[in-house]
Design a protein around this ligand. Structure first.
Ligand code: C5P
Length: 395
């Protein structure tokens, strides 16, 4: 940690986008940050040390073998408040994911616990390659913020995902990190969002009005507070919160599979999705003709929450939601008890209210404390209040 709290260590990887980081240095300085550049040896083929020294007014080192008496990887790590790596090449991302320490930059990353922002830039084929995707996932799981590259023109005539984002986007991503309270750093949160659909035939389904907005708001808020977020998303048409690992599902059965896969390794489950209570007994392969569409025989779906809460480990926190149209508190209290929850948020959806809206209101009930009334507020604010309650209960 530095005295100013605004020391950025900017790692520059060996990609053509390195020249764009010269502008990034300037914009960071304009935003009040103090910048030290640590280029990888390969990046010096694109931009030499002289450029970085001139722009920052600071000496530049690339290897641990220079200035050894000053133990540079430790002193530079100790002086940084944030590490930004821009551009990050596929090779650099792979080395970071493996925890290698084969140049000064990777030594510093290993020696530092400060927040780290990775800005990838590479050809689309390399970005989409399984190896890179896996390495990015490893880094995100370790708490690195890995930006999505821009989509557009690359070197030569290539077009696709892999462009280095503009300096403004990188700085706003960094500002989000700087502004974060990080009180959920390292906490693994599994969130379900949206509404399941149960097919009747290839055209029709049984569904519900849940938009997924509340679940996505919780995912966004949890990410901003440093949590690792797995979002099981049922039929939502919303932008994916950056940094979330998303598992799309359609039906209750698919959601159950996802819960079985991810719950064991989660500290918190927030079951925000509206799960269809029943599904057609038979799925018709062919579209059912109007004249034959008189009744649909249904079978109950399993109660996912009740099932999973019986398999919980000590310390896992489970949050449910309830959408009711009458006797809110009574129904919610029964669900809290029957489903074995730590807390539940119940809202009054009479007349279709709240579904699809950015606003919500309702009441939290807890296993271990008196309830709290939530006056009309945004779903973002509710998300943070819910996470405050979760944080207070994490052991
Ligand atoms: O019983 P009800 O659907 O009102 O309970 C709501 C809560 O239970 C929500 O958290 C919802 O995600 C969950 N649920 C479930 N499986 C079902 C029905 C609801 O997990 N089959």
């Amino acid at each position: 940690m530095s005295r100013s709290g605004r020391e950025i260590l900017l790692g520059v990887g060996g990609g053509i986008a390195a020249y764009k980081s010269a502008d990034l240095v300037r914009r960071l300085q304009d935003s009040g940050y103090l910048v030290t550049v640590v280029p990888t040896p390969a990046s010096l083929n694109f931009v030499g040390s002289a450029t970085w020294e001139a722009l920052t007014g600071r000496p530049v080192q690339t290897q641990v073998w220079e200035n050894v008496h000053a133990v540079p990887h430790i002193s530079l790590a100790e002086n940084a408040d944030y590490i930004v790596i821009a551009p990050a090449t596929a090779d650099l991302i792979a080395r970071l994911a493996q925890g290698r320490a084969d140049d000064l930059l990777t030594n510093i990353v290993l020696a530092s616990a400060v927040p780290k922002l990775i800005v990838p830039a590479m050809h689309p084929e390399m970005w989409h390659d399984r190896a890179t995707a896996d390495n990015v996932e490893v880094l995100r799981n370790r708490g690195f913020v890995v930006m999505e590259p821009d989509v557009g023109r690359l070197t030569g005539s290539d077009v696709g995902a892999g462009r280095f984002p503009d300096s403004g986007s990188i700085i706003s991503e960094l500002s989000a990190i700087v502004g974060r309270t990080s009180d959920l750093l390292g906490v693994k949160i599994l969130i379900t969002a949206g509404g399941t659909r149960e097919a009747i035939d290839p055209v029709r389904f049984i569904g519900n009005r849940s938009s997924g907005k509340q679940g996505y708001a919780i995912a966004q808020a949890a990410l901003a507070r440093g949590a690792t977020v797995r979002l099981v998303s049922a039929n939502c048409d919303l932008p994916i919160p950056q940094g979330a690992q998303v598992t799309p599902v359609e039906t209750a059965d698919q959601m159950q599979d996802a819960l079985e896969e991810f719950f064991e390794d989660s500290d918190v489950l927030v079951m925000c999705a509206a799960v269809a209570d029943a599904k057609p007994r038979n799925l018709s392969e062919m579209k059912i003709k109007k004249k034959d569409l008189h009744s649909i025989e249904l079978v109950a779906n399993p109660d996912l929450l009740a099932t999973i809460s019986h398999n919980r480990k000590a310390g896992q926190i489970i949050v449910g939601f309830a959408a009711e149209t009458s006797n809110l508190e009574l129904h919610a209290q029964n669900k809290l008890d029957e489903k074995g929850l730590d807390m539940i948020f119940v809202n009054d959806v009479s007349g279709g209210a709240i579904f699809g809206s950015d606003q919500t209101h309702g009441r939290f009930l807890f296993k271990d404390a008196p309830g709290i009334e939530i006056a009309p507020t945004s779903k973002d604010t509710l998300a943070h209040e819910l996470l405050n309650q979760v944080r207070n209960r994490l052991s």
